[in-house]
Write a protein that binds this ligand. Structure first.
Ligand SMILES: Nc1ncnc2c1ncn2[C@@H]1O[C@H](COP(=O)(O)OP(=O)(O)O)[C@@H](O)[C@H]1O
Ligand SMILES: O=c1ccn([C@@H]2O[C@H](COP(=O)(O)OP(=O)(O)O)[C@@H](O)[C@H]2O)c(=O)[nH]1
Ligand SMILES: [Mg+2]
Length: 244
């Protein structure tokens, strides 16, 4: 039952009433919506308010932003950061900064990114941990991490914490491919060969992470088709309902 309530309260957006161009991918991920035996919305929100996250002296409120390559994570994070006062920590950007530093570690990261594989957890978690520690923000978006269950477990172990909220941007593959091929940021991984590999890695390794958080009542699925504004409208409703 509460699956419907949650959908109505948090996940509806103007775009979600429009049929998407390719719904097979989304149907595929219908099971990601929290199941009825999970905690009702009111309890989830209560837990958020009761947590230490964001309070003085405690750790910041942490939201993991997940979704396939090209689903619009970075684009929506920029808007969440500016409207809701979040620091934006992009795991991919942290790794690309390491590449720019020209170290051996950077070379290893470059090779992995070119192949669309996942960088070893200890490298990524360390970069994210430092970024969280060095921010004075009370709310932090972690964009594009964890990429796999091993990433998730390493983060929990090293930081001793779990995210307060997980957003999953659900987008059909054909739309993601179209967006990535048009991204035009000179990225070594935005070519069709690497994109195919990234999509496979996403499906086999990242979806299980979303399922894990979904089963714990922390994941909120957002329809990532439509215009940036339409998607942000759904995002805005969700973040407004948190009363951060
Ligand atoms: N709703 C949208 N419709 C069309 N293009 C979009 C939309 N959102 C983002 N884009 C574009 O798609 C590309 C990928 O978006 P990005 O935010 O970088 O996704 P991700 O971080 O998930 O890979 C970018 O060029 C971005 O400008
Ligand atoms: O936690 C992470 C985040 C990114 N990556 C690597 O960095 C690439 C680009 O990630 P990014 O999040 O920037 O890509 P996006 O999904 O936004 O297109 C991925 O394909 C991975 O190879 C990784 O290994 N671990
Ligand atoms: Mg991105």
């Amino acid at each position: 039952m509460w699956r419907r309530r949650l959908g109505a309260l948090l996940l509806r957006s103007p775009s979600s009433s429009t049929p998407s161009s390719s719904s097979s991918y989304q149907q595929h991920h219908h099971h990601l919506i929290p199941t009825p035996n999970e905690k009702p919305l009111a309890l989830s929100l209560l837990r958020l308010f009761a947590s230490q996250a964001g309070s003085d002296g405690g750790r910041p409120f942490i939201a993991f932003i997940l979704g396939g390559p090209g689903s619009g994570k970075g684009t929506q994070c920029t808007r969440i950061a500016s409207d809701f006062g979040f620091a934006h920590v992009s795991a991919g950007d942290l790794l690309r900064n390491e590449i720019s530093s020209g170290t051996d570690k950077g070379e290893l990261i470059l090779e992995i990114i070119k192949e669309g594989r996942i960088v070893p957890s200890e490298i990524t978690v360390e970069l994210i941990r430092k970024a969280i520690e060095s921010t004075t923000a009370k709310r932090v978006l972690i964009d594009g991490f964890p990429r796999c269950e091993e990433n998730r477990i390493a983060f929990e172990k090293i930081t001793g914490t779990e995210p307060d909220l997980v957003i999953f941007f659900d987008c059909p593959e054909d739309e993601m491919v179209k967006r990535l091929l048009g991204r035009n940021q000179g990225r070594v991984d935005d070519n069709i060969e690497t994109i195919k590999k990234r999509l496979k890695v996403f499906e086999s390794l990242n979806i299980p992470v979303v399922e894990y958080y979904s089963s714990r009542g922390k994941a909120h699925k957002i329809n990532a088709t439509g215009t940036e504004d339409e998607i942000f409208e759904a995002v805005r409703k969700l973040f407004s309902s948190l009363r951060l």
